[in-house]
Design a protein around this ligand. Structure first.
Ligand code: AMP
Ligand code: ZN
Length: 112
């Protein structure tokens, strides 16, 4: 499949990795929108949250625990934000499930 994040997961396109295990990869966003901007992806391809089902959805719990660990490692003790965009109106540009970790600054209170 011609998917940017599948290629990053496979090591075919370089990334600045901050975490990796057998199921997940986290790397720095190429166009950071906060002092800390990291993406967490499952290595398995899912288009978005919309593609999850009862069998695959537990991966989101795994991602949350890794997000928490990364946030601690990055020193985000005063808080941070986790975002996942879904589809056209959600602003999703890469169609491989990913969660943004944003922090290192007081983030806007606006959600959209
Ligand atoms: P979204 O708009 O939620 O689909 O987010 C996609 C994110 O992927 C954006 O924040 C991009 O800056 C980021 N991105 C795109 N290409 C790369 C890349 N090669 N390495 C790291 N991040 C990327
Ligand atoms: Zn993919």
């Amino acid at each position: 499949m011609d998917c940017l994040f599948c290629k990053i997961a496979a090591g075919e396109i370089p990334s600045t990795k901050v975490y990796e295990d057998d199921k997940l990869l986290a790397f720095k966003d190429i166009n950071p929108q906060a002092p800390v901007h990291i993406l967490i992806i499952p290595k398995e391809h899912f288009d978005s949250v919309d593609a999850l089902d009862e069998k695959s959805a537990p991966i989101v719990g795994d991602i949350m625990l890794v997000a928490k660990k990364i946030a601690a490692e990055q020193g985000l003790k005063d808080g941070y934000r986790i975002i996942t965009n879904i589809g056209e109106n959600g602003g999703q540009t890469v169609k491989h499930l990913h969660f943004h970790i944003l922090g290192g600054v007081k983030l806007s209170e606006k959600m959209c």
